[in-house]
Design a protein around this ligand. Structure first.
Ligand code: AMP
Ligand code: GLY
Length: 417
C-alpha cells in the first residue's frame, strides 16, 4: 500500500510513524514533510495542491491522509481534488471542513443541530462587537477564520477586548473577517477525537492539551505545550453523555446537511457545570494530542484509514491501551511571539522507554539536528498510571537540551485534582 501524508509538524511525524508501523509495512510519502519525517517517509516532488494530487495519481497512491487542516480548505480542497481523481482521502471535503475554517459556520451548525455550545453573536465591525459584548466580562472573542491558533482571545476586561478588536478590525492581523463574541464558559477542557465515516464513528482515546506557554497555565496561548491522553480522563457516564449529546448529533447533522465526512473530527469540549459543551471543531487530529494518543493506538491504522476513506468502518482493526500517555513539548527561544532557529540539539541519540517526535527541527549538515521552528520536539512516554507516565515523560525530556529551550514542568499534573 502507498500512503501520502499531508503536513510537516509533530502530529504528522506521529501519524507517519504509526502508518509506517502498520502491518504490511506500507510505503509512506509525505508532503511537504520535514527532515525528521523523511527518515521514515519519502519526499514528494510537488509545489502545490494541484501538482500534489497529480503526483499521487501518477504514482499510484492508494490513500491520502490529511494531517494539517489548511490543505483541506485551500484552493479547490485536498479531499475534493482527490475525489476527482478517484484517490481515497482520509480527511473531509472543503464544504465540511468549514466546521474548522469558519467559527461562525460551526456555531450555526451546532445551534441548528441542538448541540450544547456557548451562546454567541457574529459581528462585522468594532462597534458591533462592543455592542454584543454589552459590558459583560470575561468575554471570548473569536476571529472567524483559520488563524493558526492565534484567533481566539479570552478577555478579562474591556482593555483586553479592545486590543484584540483593534488587531482584527483595524490592523487586519488575520486578514478580512468577522468576529464571534462568545459567552465565557468555565470548566476543565477535554479533546475528543472520532474517526467519522459517513453515518458511523469510532471514538479514540480522549486527551487534554496545555495551551499556555507557562507553568500554572500562565502567559500567552501557544499551539500546545504538551498533552495527556487516557481513557481515564473521561469516566464512562460522561463519555456516554458526550457520545449521545455531542458526537451522535454531529454525525447526524453532517448527514442531514449533506456534508460528507470521512476523517478525524476533533471536538474541543469544556466540561461546564451544566454539562459538556463544544467550544470548537477541528477537521483533523489535534497537535500535540496526536503525539500523546498515537502510542496508545494498536493494530492497523493504515488499513483502518484506507477502509474509512472508502466508506467502511473497520473498528476491529484498532485497539486502545488502557494506560496513560504524556507528551512534553520542547519549544525554541522566543516562542510563541517568534521562534529561534539554528540552536544545536543535544541528546537525541539517547533512547529508552519513550518516543520523540520532531515538530520544528532540521539537519544541521554535520549529522546532528538543530531547531527550526517554534515547537521543536514532542517527548512522549506512557505508563499504567498518570503519575508513572508523567515521571517517565519529564525524565525523558530532561535528556534533551538546546539553547533557549522552553518547556512546562506541569504537563500531566496541572488540572487534575
Ligand atoms: P479555540 O481555538 O476555540 O479552541 O479556543 C482556544 C482556547 O480558548 C480554548 O482552548 C479555551 O481555553 C478558550 N476558549 C474558547 N472558547 C471559550 C469559551 N466560550 N469560554 C471560555 N474559554 C474559551
Ligand atoms: N491542540 C489543539 C489543536 O490541535 O488545535
Amino acid at each position: 500500500m502507498r500512503i501520502l501524508v499531508v503536513g510537516k509538524g509533530g502530529r504528522e511525524h506521529a501519524l507517519v510513524r504509526a502508518l509506517a508501523e502498520s502491518p504490511g509495512s506500507p510505503e509512506v510519502f509525505c508532503f511537504p514533510g520535514s527532515d525528521a519525517i523523511f527518515e521514515i517517509a519519502k519526499p514528494v516532488d510537488a509545489d502545490g495542491l494541484e501538482s500534489l494530487v497529480a503526483w499521487m495519481k501518477a504514482n499510484a497512491v492508494d490513500l491520502c491522509v490529511a494531517g494539517e487542516e489548511s490543505y483541506l480548505v485551500k484552493g479547490a480542497g485536498l479531499a475534493n481534488l482527490c475525489a476527482k481523481e478517484g484517490i481515497p482521502c482520509w480527511g473531509p471535503p472543503k464544504e465540511s471542513a468549514q466546521l474548522e475554517a469558519s467559527k461562525e459556520f460551526a456555531k450555526e451548525f451546532l445551534i441548528r443541530n441542538g448541540i450544547p455550545t456557548a451562546r454567541a453573536t457574529a459581528t462585522a465591525t468594532l462597534d458591533e462587537a462592543v455592542a454584543a459584548i454589552g459590558g459583560e466580562y470575561p468575554t471570548v472573542l473569536k476571529f472567524d477564520g483559520l488563524a493558526a491558533g492565534k484567533g481566539v482571545a479570552v478577555c478579562a476586561d474591556e482593555a483586553e477586548a479592545m486590543v484584540f478588536l483593534d488587531e482584527v478590525f483595524t490592523q487586519r492581523r488575520f486578514g478580512a473577517g468577522r468576529v464571534l463574541v462568545e459567552q465565557y464558559l468555565t470548566g476543565p477542557e477535554v479533546s475528543i477525537f472520532a474517526a467519522i465515516i459517513d453515518d458511523r464513528y469510532l471514538i479514540f482515546t480522549p486527551a487534554r492539551d496545555y495551551k499556555r506557554i507557562g507553568d500554572g497555565d500562565v502567559g500567552p496561548n501557544t499551539g500546545g505545550m504538551g498533552a495527556v491522553a487516557s481513557r481515564g480522563l473521561v469516566d464512562a457516564d460522561l463519555l456516554d453523555v458526550i457520545e449521545h449529546e455531542i458526537v451522535v448529533p454531529t454525525v447526524c447533522g453532517l448527514g442531514r446537511e449533506g456534508l460528507p465526512y470521512r476523517g478525524f473530527l476533533y471536538f474541543g469540549l469544556m466540561l461546564t457545570p451544566e454539562g459538556p459543551k463544544v467550544i470548537e471543531y477541528n477537521c483533523r487530529f489535534g497537535d500535540p494530542e496526536c503525539q500523546a494518543v498515537m502510542p496508545l493506538v494498536h493494530g492497523d491504522l493504515a488499513g483502518f484509514c484506507l477502509a474509512g476513506a472508502m466508506g467502511e468502518l473497520r473498528e476491529y482493526l484498532l485497539s486502545f491501551d488502557d494506560g496513560w500517555s504524556v507528551c512534553v513539548i520542547l519549544a525554541s527561544a522566543g516562542y510563541p511571539e517568534s521562534s529561534r532557529s539554528g540552536d544545536g540539539i543535544d541528546g537525541l541519540e539517547k533512547s529508552g522507554d519513550f518516543r520523540v517526535y520532531h515538530a520544528g527541527t532540521r539537519r544541521d549538515g554535520q549529522g546532528g539536528w538543530e531547531t527550526h521552528g517554534g515547537r521543536v520536539l514532542a517527548v512522549v512516554a506512557g505508563g499504567a498510571t498518570r503519575m508513572e507516565a508523567v515521571e517517565k515523560a519529564h525524565a525523558a525530556a530532561d535528556l534533551i537540551q538546546f539553547d533557549g529551550a522552553q518547556r512546562r514542568r506541569d504537563i500531566g499534573i496541572l488540572n487534575f485534582d
